[in-house]
Design a protein around this ligand. Structure first.
Ligand code: SAH
Length: 461
């Protein structure tokens, strides 16, 4: 017998929010039927309007709050644009940390069925503002003026933004200055609908430790009008700029960067440090956007790896080698594998830049390369994984289970897939010892965590 749905579309009802979803919406239940309501917070009573009714769950809109959560913060309407792209703007930082920590605890029990794992209090930022070292800002026009900011949720409308509270101030300034110069020089914005116009995105990257700034101008056309004047003015007004790059994206697409990149002024890369390791960052390279918390996360990964200098370590999903180079300082040898060949090129360059010689990188899928290494006799003592949101490939987990490294350190950007993968490892003879959540992206729903996983010792009968 199918259950009847207790609410109807367009109905107004009073609810109590009991929980938050992984994307930050409030969850209310009517006779066990869950309704997801953006901006609802646990503990709050509210009037909502039911706007969509599916078989197993529905969606609603917040109409009136009767009782507010102590974690709710009010933001003045004129300041809302400064929070562009932040789903948790209505929650105090203390509340956000609590929510993320709970989320990790919940998925470990619910999805991972791991009852006795020690989950440490989340490591948040002392100052959770102005932390991002990279902005990619879409440009448009309003009433004949250039505007740049972020897309309104679920729309193609750009909200003009003069300051983002999560970007490093130097990044904010760079975007404003470039917008102002381009506007004054009469460089027209790209128009998605007509596929006409020129300027698509203004991108800026900043090395927080080095104070080096990169500006990337993304246009539809191969030429930028008044190019020399534009470059001259940027150099004059942004003294920290070390690199000005032009990227051409002539396609009808919402992918930001195109195939053609040329340096207009200065160097091709800027530099930054995480801990003592130096990184070269080009317009296209992947680089962690919150270097302060990246250091916190990697220090934890290093602590869990507990290296003495004699170990052979594999870093699966190594990207540009960030974790590998960190580990190499304490290990005998590190092997990194990553599917994007350009990232592997960057990883090799970064190793050379730091004079680190006990690392080897190979491009390929972790689930293919690591079994090959295993057959060749390369057995790691410690295996580190840092997969994308979808988690580890099942084949890789099975390889780990047959290879039996004594220790696995799992760095995760998605607690749900972390929990799923920990369960597979647990069933394969491993034990999750402890998990450390880390807040890398304050005010957004993203949550990172590091897990320490040990091979269970089988005592002979
Ligand atoms: N550890 C790195 C990057 C982690 S992001 C750092 O901190 O900088 C996850 C990485 O996994 C991405 O670089 C992505 O390209 C890579 N990746 C995705 N699927 C993969 C696979 N099947 N095998 C190897 N790498 C993969």
């Amino acid at each position: 017998m199918s259950r009847t749905i207790p609410v109807q579309k367009n109905e107004y009802i009073d609810v109590l929010f009991e929980d938050l979803t992984h994307d930050g919406a409030g969850v209310a239940k009517v006779d066990g039927y869950p309704i997801f309501v953006p901006y609802g917070l646990p503990g709050e009573r509210a009037k909502i309007k039911v706007i969509k009714v599916n078989k197993g769950y529905g969606f609603g809109r917040l109409i009136e709050l009767y009782e507010k959560s102590p974690y709710r913060i009010e933001i003045a309407k004129e300041d809302l644009h400064k929070y562009g792209g932040c789903q948790l703007e209505h929650i105090s930082y203390e509340g956000q940390l609590k929510y993320k920590e709970n989320q990790v605890r919940q998925v470990l029990t619910r999805i991972g069925k791991l009852e006795d794992v020690k989950v440490h209090p989340i490591l948040g930022m002392d100052n959770p503002w102005h932390y991002r070292n990279k902005a990619q800002v879409p440009v448009g026009e309003k009433e004949g003026k250039l505007i740049a900011g972020f897309f309104k949720p679920r729309s193609h409308e750009i909200v003009d933004t003069d300051e983002s509270l999560i970007q490093i101030p130097e990044i904010n300034e760079a975007v404003q200055v470039v917008k102002e110069i381009c506007g004054r020089l009469g460089i027209r914005a790209y128009n998605e609908e007509s596929h006409k116009g020129i300027l698509r995105h203004i991108m800026a990257r900043y090395g927080q430790k080095t104070g080096e700034l990169m500006v990337v101008i993304v246009t539809r056309t191969a030429d930028i009008p008044h190019r020399e004047r534009l470059v001259e003015e940027i150099v004059e007004r942004l003294p920290e700029v070390k690199s000005i790059v032009h990227n051409v994206n002539g396609k009808r697409t919402n992918v930001i960067l195109g195939d053609k990149t040329t340096v207009l002024w200065g160097n091709e890369v800027i530099f930054d440090y995480i801990g003592d390791v130096k990184f070269a960052i080009s317009a296209l390279s992947f680089y962690q956007v919150n270097p302060v918390q990246t250091k916190v996360l990697y220090d934890k990964a290093l602590e869990y790896a507990n290296l003495t200098g004699s170990e052979s370590v594999i870093d699966a999903y190594c990207g540009i080698g960030t974790i590998s180079l960190f580990l190499a300082q304490k290990a005998r040898k590190v092997f990194g594998v990553e599917v994007v060949p350009e990232a592997i090129e960057d990883a090799k360059k970064n190793a050379a830049l730091n004079g680190i010689e006990n690392v080897e990188f190979e491009a390929g899928e972790a689930e293919v390369v690591i079994p090959k290494w295993y057959e060749e006799g390369n057995k790691a003592d410690v295996l580190v994984v840092d997969p994308p949101r979808k988690g580890c490939d099942e084949a890789l987990l099975q390889t780990i289970i047959s290879m039996k490294p004594k220790k696995v350190v799992y760095v995760s950007c998605n607690p749900a897939t972390l929990a799923r993968d920990l369960r597979i490892l647990e069933d394969g003879g491993y034990k999750t010892v402890e998990v450390q959540p880390v807040d890398m992206f304050p005010h957004t729903t993203h949550c990172e965590a590091v897990a320490k996983i040990m091979l269970k010792v089988v005592t002979p009968k």
